[in-house]
Each structure stands twice: as structure tokens, then as C-alpha cells.
Ligand binder design. Sequence first.
Ligand code: S3P
Length: 448
Amino acid sequence: MSGHGEAQPMISGRSAPLSGVAEVPGDKSISHRALIFGAMAVGETRITGLLEGQDVLDTAKAMQAFGATVTRHGLGAWSVQGVGVGGFREPADVIDCGNSGTGVRLIMGTMATTPITATFTGDASLRKRPMGRVTDPLALFGTRAYGRQGGRLPMTVVGAADPMPVRYALPVASAQVKSAVLLAGLNAPGQTVVIEKEPTRDHSERMLIGFGAELTVEKGAEGHVITLTGRPELRPQTVAVPRDPSSAAFPVCAALIVEGSDIRVPGVSQNLTRNGLYLTLVEMGARIDFENPREEGGESVADLRVRFSPGLKGIEVPPDRAPSMIDEYPILSVVAAFAEGRTVMRGVKELRVKESDRIDAMARGLEACGARIEEDEDTLIVHGMGPGGLPGGGTAQTHLDHRIAMSFLVAGMAAKAEIAVDDGSPIVTSFPIFEGLMNGLGAAIRRG
Ligand code: S3P
């Protein structure tokens, strides 16, 4: 399905001091991968803590269409009866990945080296996003793809009957592209090599090793060289999905800007390929304590205590940090609006090809709320207005983008006047309990 139906306007007003515990749902990236790797294993993979957001539900449905058996046993508790590497059958209908770039790109990679044909589509947001970044490297395996102009969905992918292993240097820092190539390499003979200059989220590598694939990562002058030996028999696993640090970012940032707040956010990933926002917030002067560091579901996590931070200062975010916080720039630009001074975000042009053009969506929305913004193709600069200083009173267009919607609803919690979003319905893709969780902490978010 397309992820969501009718537009749902929402409004956020000044919040009471936030208090309590914010238990955010499972990690979206790991949830997609648990279903897909489970489908590639021989036997039953058990998953707990799966994110039941629409993006992940669409991937579960797709795995069924390719022949795996996916069963829900209770909240977050799922199992996947896998068909083995190369065992996908041809789906009988179009695969609709809804709003999810991760879903469609990883699944294209997974079927690319099996001799079957599948047609992919998605919602209006996903149909605008570039797929050539995935189909170009897949062509090296012998896969063919026929999409709309500019490599857009709907797109038919014809899997390679006699795939070749591939050596591919990523031209963009993208974990989705890296993962698509590795997933295709699973059913190619010999060694598939992916080289990434800047490290991106490494969940695929960690999980492939966990499922029994032979995979090595060498750090050299050219970056990370990831070598996967094709045609392994993947062994089913028990996967405990940790909480999503990208979802945790919303209550964390809200507590930093809402006067008097003091909350706890347990189990936030400290994986170095995901924690860029948290480093940045600390550099800005955020009062965050990282308690109980430990391992959970193969990831290092900590419990966060987050307090209102009136002393936030704008900073220059190091551009090489972008891959480790790529989904967090929208909410960081909200925090920046409540800091003193400018926050400069360079090297962020990838934001233009996410669920929406996030530089444009944040710039226009923050301007509508009274902030001063500068931008160019690869840069976003927010002029901070200090604690409680953002006037608000505007409506942000969310362009089918869950993170834009949640970012402006957080902004409304601390602005002088209410902030509206034209459509909060995409929030279900990644954080279906957002409204209840935030209001439970003290927010005043309502349907418009
Ligand atoms: C993801 C990778 C990132 C990120 C997305 C999830 C993943 O996309 O923005 O939300 O799970 O691999 P890119 O690969 O396009 O950077």
C-alpha cells in the first residue's frame, strides 16, 4: 500500500515541561534488514522489537510476495520462514514499497541476481526518488531495469540469470546502495567488493556476519573495503531490534528546547555510524547524560537523561559527520532555531533526495515560523533566535515526509505561537506512536 491515505493536518502548541520516560520503537533500518535477511536464510528467524511502522510492514508484505512466510505473533514479535539465498520466487503482482527508499532499494538488490522479474512502485514521494544509484551497480551483475525517465519508479527489474561478482566504489555515501550491492552479491559466485570512502550505517555488514555470511571489512587509504563471499547458506537468527536513534532524536531534541524538561530515553544506539546528532548536540551545549553503556541486539546503546538546555550555541557541523546523522538534520535545524548564533550544515545535498527535499522543506517551514535561513544546493544555515525565541504561528508543508512533520511538531512545543503541519499522516511510516508518546511526556499536539 502507499503508506498513508488522506492528509492529516496537525497542530503543536506550547508544551508543559517534559517529564517521564520516552520508550521509542525499534530501529527502522534494522527492522527492514531483519525481515530481508530472514527471508534469505534457510529456516525460521525470530524477531523481537520490530518497528511496526508502515515502511517495515510494506517490506514484510514484499517478502511474502517473493515467497517467504512472515508471521506476526504479538507486538513487535515476528517470524520469517526464509527461502534461502537465490530462493525468491517471482511475485504475482506489483511490489508497492509505499514511502520507503530503504525498502525498495534493498529489495531490488535482493532479487537482482535471481532470474525473476519484479515491478516496483511506491507513493508520490518514492516515485520522485532516484533509483539509478542502485540500478547502475546492479547492472554490473547483469541485472536489467526499466523505469521512468530519470530512473524513477514504477520500475521493472529483471534479475540476472548468470550473475557476475562485482567490485564497486560507491559514488555517494549511501547505506542503501551499499546494502543493495551486498544483497545482490549474496547470490553471485565469488567475491563481491564494495568500497566506501565515508563510512555509512553498517547494519547490513553486522547482520550478514550474524547470519553466517563470510564478510570482511578492511580500513585502507581508499576507505572501507567490504568483501562478501557469494552463495553462503544463511542461518536463521534471533534478532532483538534495538530502539531507533533517529526516532529518539525527537523527544531528545524536544526536551532540550522546552523549558523545565527532564526526561529519560532508554536504549539509544551509540553505534558510531548513527550517533552524529548526539555528538553535535553535546558540542552545542546540550545537557545529555549517557548512562549504562551496554550491548543490546548487537549494538552498543546507552540510556539518556536529557534536560532543558538554555545555553545552546550554534555550531559549524563537520561535513564528514553527515553520513552518521543524515536523517537528523531536520530536527537539528529546529534545535538550531532555539540556539544562540548560526548553525552551519554543509555537505548535505543528499538531503535533497530523501522522502522530500529536506533542505527546502526545512528552510520554507522555518521561514514561515519567523526564522532566518540561508541555503544553497549543499548547505543549510539556520540563524538561532535563542531559547523560546522562534515566533511560530506558521504552517509547514511536509511533502509526504515523516521527519519534516515530526520536526515542526517539536518546534511548535517551544515556539511563541502554535505551529501547524499540513499533513502528519506520514509519521506512521517510522514512528506510529509519536503523538501519544510526546503528549504523554507533556506535549500539546493535536489533530487539526
Ligand atoms: C538507510 C540509509 C540512509 C537513510 C535512510 C535509511 C538505511 O539512506 O537516510 O533513512 O537503512 O540503509 P541513504 O542510503 O540514501 O543515505
